[in-house]
Design a protein around this ligand. Structure first.
Ligand code: PHE
Length: 465
């Protein structure tokens, strides 16, 4: 475990905030948040999400960052450093990113393929029916794209915390933010008259997104909104898989955790919110309300290319900007996932960074190839407890996000709330002469509310109700 003395640190708070925001801002912000917002009554979802972000999200993010900085360990060993009996939680927290990385790289490969298509002015091909399925069920191309994406990730991780993660985040995250804003502004200025003579405008689409829709409002519907928002928030902040512990362990002892955690949350929530402004009006203008029911790969790789196609030449440019933005979002998230595993190997087995990174890359490459082949020679159809059909990618996603992550988060709340006590986190935050904000709220959340909410989430994922 021993290389604490020469442990890397982020040079400044800004580097930490942007690296953590780079992890948090990912595919979830872009392809899931806008979909949930339209499904769950627009403004109502936004308000519920915001309240949860300031309470539940804040508690989990603060806890993990503080555990990281206090122990100066990565997840595999950090839990054991807090309490020996809980070291197994660290193993679980480390298995999750190892499991997510292969399929995240497969999706990163798909994004790369579309980015290359648009920058070579070939985007309209992606609007053809069946294009996406033909691509992912192909043999060589998805594999090559996935491995190139993985190579980009390991390139940054091998460069290390400062020269790799911190400096790349400082470049990519501001560019990402500018791209999101440019596309969002463009989206609300759109209008289009379809074949039946109906004109729809971007502003109308914006209204659907922002104005709360209370029609058919019931307690049951409210519960659905609450659980959707909670699940989304949890995934979106990249908590419960050791990432924020890892990044927290690189934060300098004189950095202000209070303000950093707030800034990460603001960045993540702002990008999710802007993604809605970017996507909802554009899809509404060209495909009407029916077009707005897609999410995930269906939205990104099937619906949106059709929307870009209907914009004509400008659609090629907007498509290229959009996929560049998604590529940066996916890359910085994948970097954080790999770093959580790599730093765990470095801490536990005293390996060098390059060696640890290459080991993780080799294992990930094999698993990522299996994920890709899941649409080809290894194709089968499984059914998940929520009723959707699934391939290898979906099964890994379901196991990690819906089962293992809530378990690790519940474990973390119990460990901090009841065993090592919440004061451990408070003391860590207040080490720098700052008073911890929302302290009372934090105590109640970590001991009672967060574990209860997470248990509800877990039971719901398991299909219990
Ligand atoms: N937080 C990222 C998102 O919202 C996804 C992610 C999950 C990244 C887990 C890293 C780890 O898309």
């Amino acid at each position: 475990m021993g290389n604490n003395e020469k442990r890397n640190t982020f040079k400044g708070s800004l580097g930490f905030v942007l690296a953590a925001a780079g992890s948090a801002v990912g595919l979830g912000n872009i392809w899931r948040f806008p979909y949930l917002a339209t499904k769950d009554g627009g403004g109502m979802f936004l308000v519920v999400y915001l309240v949860l972000a300031l309470t539940f999200g804040f508690t989990l993010l603060m806890t993990e960052t503080a555990i990281g900085r206090k122990t100066k360990q990565s997840p595999l060993t950090a839990y054991g450093a807090l309490n020996k009996k809980w070291r197994h939680l660290g193993i679980l927290a480390c298995i999750i990113p190892a499991m997510i990385l292969p399929y995240y790289c497969a999706i990163g490969g798909w994004v790369l393929k579309y980015l290359l298509g648009y920058v070579t002015f070939n985007g309209s091909a992606a609007a053809q029916d069946g294009y996406f399925n033909a691509f992912i069920s192909g043999m060589a191309e998805p594999l090559i794209m996935t491995l190139v994406f993985l190579a980009a990730v390991v390139f940054v991780v091998i460069r290390g915390v400062n020269k790799g993660i911190e400096s790349f985040s400082k470049i990519l995250m501001p560019i990402l933010l500018v791209l999101v804003i440019v596309i969002a502004v463009f989206s609300i200025t759109l209008d289009h008259t379809d074949d039946s003579g109906i004109t729809r405008t971007g502003m109308e689409g914006l209204a659907i997104y922002l104005i709360p829709d209370f029609s058919g409002f019931t307690l049951e519907k409210f519960m659905t909104v609450l659980i959707d928002a909670m699940g989304q928030l949890f995934f979106s902040l990249s908590v419960a898989m050791g990432i924020m512990i890892t990044y927290g362990s690189y934060v300098r002892d004189d950095a202000n955790l209070n303000s950093s955690v707030n800034q990460i949350e603001i960045f993540d929530t702002a990008v999710a919110f802007l993604a809605g402004i970017m996507i909802i009006p554009a899809v509404y203008v060209f495909s009407g309300r029916e077009g707005m029911s897609a999410s995930g790969p269906g939205l990104m790789f099937v619906s949106l290319p059709k929307v870009f196609d209907k914009m004509g030449t400008v659609g090629e440019i907007i498509g290229a900007l959009f996929f560049a933005m998604v590529f940066f979002a996916a890359l910085t998230s994948a970097i954080s996932i790999m770093e959580a595993v790599v730093s765990s190997l470095i801490d536990k087995f005293s390996l060098g960074r390059t060696k640890a990174a290459l080991i993780v890359t080799a294992i990930t490459a094999v698993l990522a190839i299996i994920v890709c082949l899941g649409y080809n020679v290894l194709y089968f159809e499984a059914v998940l407890p929520n009723g959707s059909t699934a391939q290898i990618l979906d099964i890994m996603d379901y196991l990690s996000n819906n089962i293992l992550m809530p378990i690790v988060a519940i474990g973390t709340c119990i460990l901090i709330g009841w065993i090592v006590k919440p004061e451990t986190v408070v003391d860590e935050v207040e080490k720098t002469d700052t008073k911890m904000g929302r302290k009372g709220l934090f105590m109640v959340m970590i001991k009672f509310l967060a574990p209860i909410m997470l248990t509800v989430l877990l039971l719901r994922s398991l299909g219990v109700f």
